[in-house]
Design a protein around this ligand. Structure first.
Ligand SMILES: Cc1cc2nc3c(=O)[nH]c(=O)nc-3n(C[C@H](O)[C@H](O)[C@H](O)COP(=O)(O)O)c2cc1C
Length: 239
């Protein structure tokens, strides 16, 4: 096995944020799923599940996520009393995990940096709320990807289930890339359960931890964006 080939594959994968509508052939999706069998897991439990949507189901999901997103706009715009009104309307985000929870102080600068670099790359000014809303809304459409995926984890084996799901998902993304298929993880889709539950029947013990998109990158400028790839930090050894 050639280590350079692996390094090339790992470097080639990046988060694509605009997809061509071309479908991914079923056989290719099956081959990618076959590769996910190779991921290790806690006591070989594989405590996760995947759901995949294409075609009309994917389009219904896009519409449902956009509708959910749009009713949260007053909250995101920090309009007074918006959170209370949203809660009273029964439309507050109903995701299993709080995707909007604040980042720890030491990690926040990295999140802010990638956000501002991405918006700058897209030519969206800091105070251009309309353009920013439109950019976030594109997440809810899975950036137009033909395949929308969901990752669920067993609530009884956390945090190891989340760890295993992550290992599996990167195996999936790398296999996809090796098949010429691009991807984007979509944590934003885990903000809500309603759209997912309207389309899939997940077992009661499984929690929605992230969505993702699969398809073929368009030549939109947003796909020229590359996030900084910092080295994994090493914990200093005691002297
Ligand atoms: C679990 C997870 C959820 C993510 N959710 C989103 C998302 O909702 N929208 C988005 O544009 N990017 C999302 N990303 C992509 C990250 O922003 C991206 O991986 C990071 O900036 C590094 O860039 P790269 O993937 O191009 O290497 C997510 C990544 C992960 C691992």
């Amino acid at each position: 096995m050639n280590p350079d080939a692996f390094s090339e594959l790992a470097a080639a994968r990046y988060s694509v944020r605009d997809f061509r509508p071309d479908p991914v052939a079923t056989e290719i999706v099956e081959e990618i799923l076959e590769d996910t069998r190779q991921a290790p897991s806690w006591s070989n439990t594989r405590p996760f599940m995947l759901a995949l949507a294409t075609g009309e189901r994917a389009d219904r999901l896009r519409a449902a996520y956009i509708a959910e997103f749009d009713v949260t706009l007053p909250v995101q715009h920090k309009k007074r009393g918006a959170m209370v009104r949203l809660a009273l309307s029964g439309k507050a985000p109903d995701g299993d995990y709080r995707t909007w929870a604040p980042h720890p102080a030491d990690l926040l600068p990295h999140s802010q940096a990638v956000g501002s670099q991405l918006y700058a790359h897209m030519g969206i000014a800091r105070d251009d709320r309309k353009a920013r809303d439109a950019a976030v809304r594109r997440n809810c459409e899975a950036f137009g990807a033909p395949v929308i995926g969901f990752v669920l984890v067993h609530k009884g084996l956390m945090p190891f289930a989340a760890l295993d799901a992550g290992i599996m998902l990167q195996t999936l993304f790398l296999s996809a890339k090796a098949h010429g298929v691009d991807s984007c993880p979509l944590g934003v889709l885990a903000t809500w359960r309603r759209p997912f539950d309207a389309e899939f029947e997940a077992p009661a013990d499984y929690r929605l931890i992230t969505g993702f998109a699969l398809g073929y990158a368009s030549d939109a400028p947003v796909n020229d964006f590359r996030a900084e790839r910092r080295a994994v930090r090493l914990v200093p050894a005691r002297s």
